[in-house]
Design a binder for this molecule. Structure first.
Ligand code: 5GP
Ligand code: ZN
Length: 112
């Protein structure tokens, strides 16, 4: 399958990794929108939030259990934002489920 994030997960495409375990991997976004911009993905290919099921939702729960650790290790002590774009109207460009961990400054409230 021709999926950039599957290739990052299996190491075929290099990335600046900040966290990895059996289920998930987190790495710096190649085009950061904020001073700290990390992408967190399940290693398993799930297309988007619409692909979350009873069988794989433990992986998503695991991502949210690990987020505070990744945020702390990247000095996001003042807080941060998690974003997941779903589908083309949601602004998704890579169709492998991912969560943007953004921070490093006081973020504006920007919607739409
Ligand atoms: P989306 O627009 O789907 O919510 O987010 C995709 C994100 O992946 C974008 O912020 C984009 O900069 C990032 N991205 C795309 N290709 C690569 C890549 O090859 N390496 C890394 N580290 N980030 C990527
Ligand atoms: Zn994938």
């Amino acid at each position: 399958m021709d999926c950039i994030f599957c290739k990052i997960a299996d190491g075929t495409i290099p990335s600046k990794k900040v966290y990895e375990d059996d289920l998930i991997i987190a790495f710096h976004d190649i085009q950061p929108q904020t001073p700290v911009h990390i992408v967190i993905i399940p290693k398993q290919h799930i297309e988007s939030m619409n692909g979350i099921t009873t069988e794989n939702s433990h992986i998503i729960a695991h991502i949210f259990e690990v987020i505070p650790q990744i945020a702390g290790e990247n000095h996001l002590n003042g807080g941060y934002r998690i974003v997941s774009n779903c589908g083309k109207d949601g602004g998704q460009t890579v169709f492998h489920l991912h969560f943007h961990l953004m921070g490093g400054k006081k973020l504006n409230v920007a919607m739409g």
